[in-house]
Write a new protein. Structure first.
Length: 153
């Protein structure tokens, strides 16, 4: 199921997600009808066939903490999480913060507060993208009293 729903993914990604050694996961993989391809020196595996077109993703997404998009891949190699922002999302104590994805990559984190939604950005974004984040927050949370967007420090 992992390679059906998360693939293409590497052996390291599957090992991380399943919490098993790469040796154990490799043994399981040998018994599965997996396909693979190489990209930039890494081998990616998947079950079934790849879609003919990349699925459309929302321009802005407020994902949940511990979202499968974060946990499905080895955190240091996650395709949507730029390496400099790793500790802004994954704390050393095991907490996974709720990320803001903009154009397919994490640019901040968000949380619901008593009187609204707070977004903390890790990088500067355009005015149009700030407005898109506000619209996404309202669509996700319903009418809120306040949406606060903090610029990076």
């Amino acid at each position: 199921r992992y390679f059906t729903h998360y693939g293409p993914a590497t052996l390291q990604d599957a090992s991380y997600y399943l919490g098993k050694s790469q040796t154990q996961v490799r043994r399981w993989m040998e018994r599965l009808p997996l396909n693979d391809f190489s990209l930039e020196g890494e081998v990616f595996f998947y079950a079934g066939s790849l879609p003919s077109a990349v699925p459309e993703t929302p321009a802005c997404l407020l994902a949940a903490g511990f979202d499968p998009l974060l946990l499905g891949y080895e955190k240091k190699r996650n395709p949507v999480l730029p390496a400099p922002y790793l500790r802004n999302i994954f704390s050393l104590s095991g907490i996974v913060m709720a990320p803001v994805l903009l154009q397919g990559r994490i640019v901040g984190r968000w949380k619901r507060q008593k009187n609204g939604i707070s977004i903390s950005l890790f990088e500067t974004v355009s005015r149009a993208n700030r407005e898109l984040m506000e619209q996404t927050a309202v669509a996700a949370a319903g009418p809120v009293k306040r949406i606060r967007i903090e610029e990076p420090q």
